[in-house]
Design a protein. Structure first.
Length: 302
């Protein structure tokens, strides 16, 4: 079996992209990056689903990478999210980003066209051959319309720069079978925020979690407790997070997360781009109440 390097593990944050008046808000972005660089995260993903990557122009994406890497106050791997249904166009994007200061890519299965498993295999083989950087495959069939089977993924895992999977297959049996059968060094990180604890219990290496924009340290503590052989401590931490993870996905992401971050003063605007819309008044009230509750709990603990 191929040994994959570098090893992907821990808590990765698919960073939101702040906007203001229709433009990339670089001041808020820099503030956000400095904040999360001081938190116990293991990597950043830019311009993925949470980062509204499909709404970004090529110039905006390049600027997003430049501002982020310039604002980092410690060494963190930075991966770029890519998606699309045209293999040639994605290969061209890999070539275009060669000079960019990124460490790898998160690439989703092609959406809408629903290729066969052989088509999926050839798609990712073509992309893997188009770059020397590591690639994390993103399997999320309820968005793309096609499920990458474990058999196909294990064929891809033989390639040296296919280093891991962001797993959102929504089939716990498929996820568990992959964790049992994956080759050494191949990372599996869940992308299902509300299932983080269960994924870790089954042997996942970590998570790529949008909800970890909030209570970042506590999300990291869940995984750290597992690594330390303390599952009861991990479960106790998770009890205080699972409802938060659900709340932050009560309406289409990343609107609830942006609303929270704006109220917390980390970004200047909760602006999202269509077709995503701002949170409803009802959810805004729930988010505000949860922020107040957590702030009061932190004050009591202090």
């Amino acid at each position: 079996m191929t040994t994959h390097q570098p090893r992907i593990a821990g808590l990765w944050l698919p960073l939101i992209t702040p906007f203001k008046d229709g433009r990339l808000d670089e001041a808020s972005l820099s503030r956000l990056v400095r904040h999360y660089a001081a938190e116990p995260i293991d990597g950043l993903i830019l311009a993925a689903t949470t980062g509204e990557g499909l709404t970004l122009s090529k110039d905006e994406t390049e600027r997003l990478v430049a501002v982020t890497t310039a604002a980092l106050t410690r060494r963190l791997p930075v991966y770029l999210g890519l998606s699309g249904a045209d293999t040639r166009r994605l290969a061209a994007a890999l070539e275009r980003t060669v000079p960019w200061p990124i460490d790898g890519y998160l690439i989703a299965c092609p959406y809408y066209v629903r290729p066969s498993q052989e088509g999926l295999y050839r798609h990712f083989v073509t992309l893997a051959r188009a770059t020397e950087r590591p690639i994390i495959v993103y399997n999320i069939p309820y968005r793309t319309g096609v499920n990458l089977t474990n058999a196909t993924l294990l064929r891809l895992a033989a390639l040296p720069n296919i280093v891991g999977l962001k797993d959102c297959c929504a089939d716990q049996a498929q996820s568990f079978d992959l964790l049992r059968g994956r080759p050494p060094g191949f990372a599996v990180l869940t992308g299902e925020d509300a299932l983080f604890y269960g994924a870790l219990a089954h042997g996942a290496d970590g998570g790529i979690l949008a909800a970890a924009h909030v209570e970042t340290g506590r999300f990291a503590a869940v995984r750290n407790a597992f690594v330390a052989g303390k599952p009861d401590e991990a479960l106790a931490q998770w009890h205080g997070l699972v409802d938060l993870a659900r709340l932050l996905f009560a309406e289409p992401s990343p609107a609830p997360i942006k609303h929270w971050l704006c109220r917390a003063g980390l970004i200047d605007s909760a602006e999202v781009r269509l077709p995503i819309t701002e949170v409803s008044d009802a959810l805004a009230a729930r988010l505000g109440a949860e922020m107040t509750r957590r702030a009061a709990g932190s004050a009591v603990a202090a």
